[in-house]
Design a protein around this ligand. Structure first.
Ligand code: MSP
Length: 519
């Protein structure tokens, strides 16, 4: 049984064959925004992320580095963890598919599917793309016979493998998609899945040990290795204890949102539901399918030499925190569409929204407060105005709930614009000169209150900048413990002592030669 107050969000698990880049960062930031927003609503959130560590690609890359697969994936998993720390990703658990408990989950799931009669052995000849870690049908290849994603020719493989009776679940999956409009988001992706379902074949779920050794052995058949989607997809249930310790599982399953990229939608929208149905487990509520991030409209790829890591970006712009990266990634495009990173747009958006619009408003308001009220929040009277109305607040909430983070940010920035305009129009300096102290108190109070609200509203996107604002506003409460209801329900208390500090974000000045320029 699940209670309404719990919320389970996951990212895909990342292949442990290279360090993370901004494309991976995009996905994990999205999941973190969802997690933080739901915590702000008072939900009990479990947020799972991690690394996918088995498979040919990892085995080959490790060998190239002269390392054992395990030593190699240990290094990569650490890189992911340190990048996630850099990005302020507040996950509950980092799962690795080499964790011993994951072996137990995968073996248990395998046995269940086998007992159900959904796993059988057959001889197989197929075209295998090691980039996708999957067999491709000839009709899915490019005219030259290459994988459309990796642009490399697949390998012809002939082996005796185990198969999962995927075709058996075809109708049940179609019915589920049709009965649950929230299952695949954005909605335009649903047809793509329904098309893929039209020609559904059983899938190979193991490889001979002599061709792939780096994986979880098939129970009771040590000559075969489980390969690869049963291993990868079941991370979502290992992460909450299935089947060994069911406490978390009973609380959190089914997942509310699996955040994934469009390239792995098929596996999540077809394979995973079929496996769960076979195991008699409920299906996740929503697959949030995002687009791909390119660098200056070019696919991120090692061979093109345009891999940008979040840390590179931070260093180039001399950032002292990763919020600008988080903010840019979530606002550059609608979550679901493809997006492009360029240095120019990054710098312009961050300067316009965070440094100028938001940062300057805080800075100049607190400066005036120091000058006119010794830094203390003044006492307003009945005539003060509220800059944020309930309707706007509800719209922002709906944007967050609908994963429209760019629209949420835009609506919050409109609030900041409104507060800036209000300061300019009210001219606090003139009110002071004219001795209109009550009006001055009302104006500054309204702007400070609006800044407090903006800090809270932005906190899922920019947790560090929001905390800096919170501290400068003199708020003693812990922003991490804040609740959405505080936005309208816990206004600033008069006499609170604010503490003007350094600008929350210095303007970005650096220009970068090369990487971010249009090719
Ligand atoms: N290991 C599998 C997923 C298994 S999930 C049970 C995998 N790994 S991956 O490292 O290739 O990709 C992990 C996630 O990162 C995927 O959701 C993928 O779409 C996403 N991205 C990888 N490159 C990306 C961009 N350039 N832009 C946005 N997301 C990208 O697939």
């Amino acid at each position: 049984m699940t209670s309404d107050n719990r919320f389970y969000v996951t990212t895909a698990i990342y292949y442990a064959n290279a360090a993370p880049h901004i494309g991976h960062a995009y996905e994990v930031i999205g999941a973190d925004v969802i997690a933080r927003f739901n915590r702000l609503l008072g939900k009990n959130v479990f947020f799972l992320t991690g690394t996918d560590e088995h498979g040919i690609k990892v085995e080959k890359t490790a060998a190239k580095h002269g390392l054992s697969p395990k030593a190699f994936v240990n290094e990569i998993a650490e890189k992911f963890k340190s990048t996630w720390a850099y990005l302020d990703i507040d996950y509950s658990k980092f799962i690795r598919t080499t964790d011993p408990e994951h072996y137990e989950t995968v073996s248990a799931l395998w046995k269940m599917l086998q007992e159900k009669g959904d796993i059988y052995k057959a001889s197989y000849t197929g075209l295998y793309c090691s980039g996708c870690e999957t067999f491709s049908a000839a009709r899915d290849l490019t005219p030259e016979g290459h994988c459309p994603i990796h642009q490399t020719p697949p390998e012809a493989v002939e082996e005796e493998n185990y198969f999962f009776r995927l075709s058996h679940y075809k109708q049940a999956i179609i019915d589920h998609i049709e009965a649950h409009p929230d299952f695949i988001y954005p909605a335009f992706r649903r047809n793509e899945v329904l098309n893929q379902l039209s020609e559904l074949e059983d899938i190979s779920v193991s490889r001979a040990k002599h061709s792939v050794s780096w994986g979880i052995p098939v129970p009771d058949d040590p000559e075969q290795v489980i390969y690869v989607w049963i291993d990868a997809l079941s991370n979502y249930i290992t992460g909450i204890g299935w089947p060994k310790d069911m406490t978390l599982f009973n609380q959190y399953w089914p997942a509310d949102v699996h955040v994934i990229g469009k390239d792995i939608m098929r596996f999540h929208a077809i394979y995973w539901p079929a496996m769960l149905m076979a195991a008699n487990l409920p299906l996740p509520k929503t697959l949030l399918v995002h687009g791909f991030i390119t660098v200056s409209d070019t696919k991120i790829s090692k061979s093109l030499g345009n891999v940008v890591s979040p840390e590179d970006l931070g260093q180039r712009f001399e950032l002292d925190n990763a919020d600008p990266i988080r903010y840019f990634m979530m606002t550059s495009t609608g979550f679901g569409q493809d997006g492009s990173y360029t240095d120019e747009e990054f710098k312009n958006r961050i300067n316009a929204d965070l440094a100028n619009n938001l940062g300057n408003l805080l800075n100049r308001t607190l400066n005036m407060l120091n000058k006119y009220f010794e830094g203390q929040v003044p006492e307003p009277d009945q005539t003060k105005i509220e800059l944020l109305d309930k309707n706007t607040l509800d719209d922002i909430k709906a944007h967050y709930e609908g994963f429209r983070f760019n629209e949420a940010a835009q609506a919050i920035m409109e609030q900041v614009d409104k507060a800036n305009k209000y300061v300019n129009d009210s001219e606090p300096w003139t009110l002071y000169k004219d001795g209109q102290f009550q009006t001055l108190a009302n104006v500054l109070y309204s702007v400070l209150e609006s800044l407090r609200q903006s800090a809270l509203l932005l906190s899922p996107l920019t947790p560090i900048l929001s905390r800096r604002m919170w501290e400068q506003l003199g708020l003693a409460s812990d922003l991490e413990q804040a609740h959405w209801d505080w936005i309208l329900g816990e206004p600033l208390k008069p006499k609170t002592q604010t503490c003007l500090g350094a600008p929350i974000l210095p303007r970005l000045e650096s220009e970068i030669v090369g990487a971010g320029k249009k090719k």
